[in-house]
Design a protein around this ligand. Structure first.
Ligand code: GDP
Length: 306
């Protein structure tokens, strides 16, 4: 069964490790958000692509969610000692990935080629494809201030009230080479339980992606909202800002035009009828991926229902 999964960072990575261990080599591809990409410390940081790659490689710091387990922070601490801005915590080995990416981009390689080289070097058998080779920048608008996503998320600790979310660069961005075919040719497309606004949102906003999903007969989405709240992160603030109810069925409504099966948590079983009323099937299971075994169980449920 060939699966193409759309993912952001941690929520996506947790389901992807389960899918990777449940499927034979070559059968899983992850298309990953790049709206959070930014230039920080002079290097191209691609947070969601790296989180997914590190988790699939088995080297992620699982407790923290991001970065490499056991990494040191000598470079950012030295920058801080020099009086520089050091709010973006980038580990030394993580920085090496970003330096390498920046140098390869400078010599003309595309982000999708570089991402493939990095995952291969780290021994990851799942293909990891950035959503686009062109830059798309997620901006968080708070009243009359516009923040780059990482500024709002990390530096400002998600405190400024969100009044709008914008994706700069979308008009000139195309899906990365192969992305549309990876959706059409998959037996199943899975939307990971990633942030619907800033992780899945930019992927869906790329030209033709939504159309391809509408044409696909088997699209399965997993809810990142459990009991009216995100498991982690600011999805509640971002959903509310875009006028979406912070519930599993609220998320289902965002995907209703293309989703065939909506996987929602057993704690939200009461909402299943509402979800089915939107024209999709609901699968009610435990969606909390507290450890790799739980990720595998959820992956098997997704594969089973598909
Ligand atoms: P980020 O870019 O690192 O924030 O990662 P994502 O966008 O991929 O994931 C964030 C979303 O994942 C949040 O909305 C969380 O609610 C959701 N999430 C994290 N862990 C779990 C989990 O174990 N189960 C479910 N259902 N959702 C999760």
């Amino acid at each position: 069964m060939k699966i193409t999964a759309l993912a952001g960072g941690v929520g996506g990575a947790k389901l992807l490790i389960g899918l990777q261990s449940a499927l034979p080599s070559e059968d899983l591809t992850a298309i990953v958000n790049t709206g959070d990409d930014s230039v920080i410390y002079g290097v191209h940081v691609s947070p969601d692509v790296d989180i997914v790659t590190y988790w699939l490689a088995g080297i992620a710091d699982r407790a923290r969610g991001w970065g490499i387990a056991g990494d040191t922070f000598d470079v950012v601490e030295s920058i801080a000692a020099l009086g520089g801005d050091s709010w973006f915590r980038l580990g030394d080995r993580d920085l090496a990935t970003c330096l390498h990416r920046t140098e390869r981009l400078r010599t003309g390689a595309s982000l999708s080629v570089i991402t493939d080289e990095i995952r291969t070097s780290l021994g990851v058998r799942t293909r990891v494809v950035p959503m686009s080779d062109e830059p798309v920048h997620t901006r968080i608008v708070s009243e009359d201030t516009v923040y780059e996503f990482q500024e709002w998320f990390v530096r400002e600790r998600q405190q400024p009230r969100v009044t709008a979310v914008e994706f700069e660069g979308l008009d000139d961005a195309k899906p990365a080479p192969g992305v549309l075919d990876l959706i059409s040719d998959a037996d199943v497309v899975v939307l990971c339980p990633s942030n619907p606004v800033v992780s899945i949102g930019p992927i869906l906003a790329l030209p033709e992606v939504r159309e391809k999903l509408r044409e696909h007969p088997r699209v399965v989405a997993v809810s990142p909202i459990v009991q009216g709240a995100p498991v982690k992160g600011p999805a509640d603030k971002l959903l509310a800002a875009s006028g979406t109810e912070v519930t599993a069925s609220g998320v289902a409504g965002l995907y209703a035009d293309f989703c065939d099966i909506f996987v929602m948590d057993e704690r939200d079983a009461a909402e299943a009828e509402k979800v089915e009323g939107m024209g999709m099937s609901a699968l009610v299971v435990d969606t909390l991926m507290t450890d790799p075994a739980a990720s595998e169980r959820l992956a098997h449920s997704v594969i089973g229902v598909a």
